[in-house]
Design a protein around this ligand. Structure first.
Ligand SMILES: C[S@@+](CC[C@H](N)C(=O)[O-])C[C@H]1O[C@@H](n2cnc3c(N)ncnc32)[C@H](O)[C@@H]1O
Length: 261
C-alpha cells in the first residue's frame, strides 16, 4: 500500500469514527448536509404539495423560537424554485400557476399551558411554561433570516381563545399543518380548528406523535383518534412514519374546504 493510500485510509477511519461523527462538531457538520429530526418529513410534504398543485396556507401550532417555522418557509421557497427552474422546463407545455402560500404561526409565546394530563415519562419536560419564547424573539429571528414580513402572521394566545370560532385573522384554506404542541388538549383545539379548513390533498404532520412514550391514549395520538371518530367527512392516509408521523387528507364532502385543486 502506498503512503498516500494509507494516509487516505487513516483519514477515512478517523472521519468515520463514531467518536467524531457523534461529537457536537460532527453533529453540527452533518446538520449542514442532512435534515434534522422531522425536517425530512416537512421537506417531503412541501414537495408533494407542490407536485400535486395543492393550494392553501401553511399553519404551525407550536412555534417556540421559530426554528421549524423558518424551516417550513425556506423549504417552500426551495421547492418553488426547483419546480419553476428545473421541473417546468422539462414538462413541455405545462405551465402551472405559482402556488402562493401564507404562513401562520400559533403560539402562546409563554410556553405550555397549565394542564393535568398524563404525560408518561415526561412530567418535568411537558410542564407549564416549558418552551417559552417571547413573540419579539421569534419576530427578530424571522427578520434576521430575511423572511418577508408580509409572508408570515404570528397569532399569540392560548388556543382555546385564539382558535375559537368568531376570532380572526385565520387562513381560509390550509394545505399543510405542522402540529407541534405536545399536549392532548392543545392538539384537540388545533384539529377542530383545522376541520373545515383542510383542503383535499392537504398534509398534517404530527411532530409529537411518539411523545408520552407513544401511548395511544395520550397526547397527539389520543386527540387525533377522537378527531377522526367525529369527522367522517375527512379521511386520512398515512404518509410518513419516522420520529414524526404525517397524513394526507381527503375530503369526502364536496362543498367543504374548499377547492384544493
Ligand atoms: C415543542 S414547542 C414547539 C417547537 C417548535 N415547533 C420548534 O420546532 O422549534 C411547543 C410549543 O407549543 C406551544 N403551545 C402548546 N400548547 C399551547 C396552547 N394551548 N396554546 C398556545 N400555545 C401552546 C408552546 O408555547 C410551545 O412554544
Amino acid at each position: 500500500m502506498s503512503f498516500l493510500d494509507s494516509l487516505v485510509q487513516r483519514l477515512g477511519a478517523w472521519l468515520l469514527a463514531p467518536k467524531l461523527r457523534y461529537s457536537r462538531a460532527g453533529y453540527q457538520l452533518r446538520a449542514l448536509f442532512q435534515p434534522l429530526h422531522g425536517e425530512d418529513v416537512i421537506d417531503a410534504a412541501v414537495m408533494l404539495l407542490a407536485v400535486n398543485g395543492v393550494r392553501g396556507d401553511v399553519v404551525e401550532f407550536g412555534v417556540f423560537q421559530g426554528r421549524s417555522l423558518q424551516h417550513l418557509w425556506f423549504s417552500h421557497r426551495w421547492f418553488e424554485h426547483l419546480i419553476r427552474d428545473e421541473v417546468r422546463p422539462i414538462l413541455r407545455g405545462a405551465d402551472p400557476e405559482p402556488l402562493t402560500r401564507h404562513f401562520w404561526g400559533y403560539d402562546s409565546f409563554e410556553g405550555l399551558p397549565a394542564h393535568d394530563e398524563p404525560v408518561a415519562g415526561q412530567p418535568k419536560w411537558i410542564a407549564q411554561g416549558a418552551f417559552a419564547a417571547p413573540l419579539a424573539f421569534v419576530e427578530r429571528g424571522l427578520r434576521k433570516a430575511r423572511i418577508p414580513e408580509s409572508a408570515v402572521t404570528l397569532v399569540p394566545g392560548w388556543y382555546e381563545d385564539s382558535l375559537a370560532p368568531g376570532t380572526d385573522p385565520h387562513p381560509a384554506r390550509v394545505a399543510l399543518a405542522h402540529i407541534d404542541c405536545d399536549l392532548y388538549s392543545s392538539t384537540a383545539h388545533c384539529l377542530e380548528f383545522l376541520a373545515p379548513r383542510l383542503v383535499d390533498g392537504a398534509i398534517v404532520i404530527f411532530d409529537d406523535w411518539w411523545l408520552h412514550r407513544g401511548h395511544p391514549d395520550q397526547g397527539e395520538q389520543r386527540a387525533f383518534a377522537e378527531f377522526r371518530a367525529v369527522h367522517p367527512e375527512l379521511s386520512f392516509t398515512e404518509l410518513a412514519r419516522s420520529t414524526t408521523v404525517s397524513f394526507l387528507v381527503h375530503r369526502r364532502d364536496a362543498d367543504g374546504a374548499r377547492d384544493g385543486a
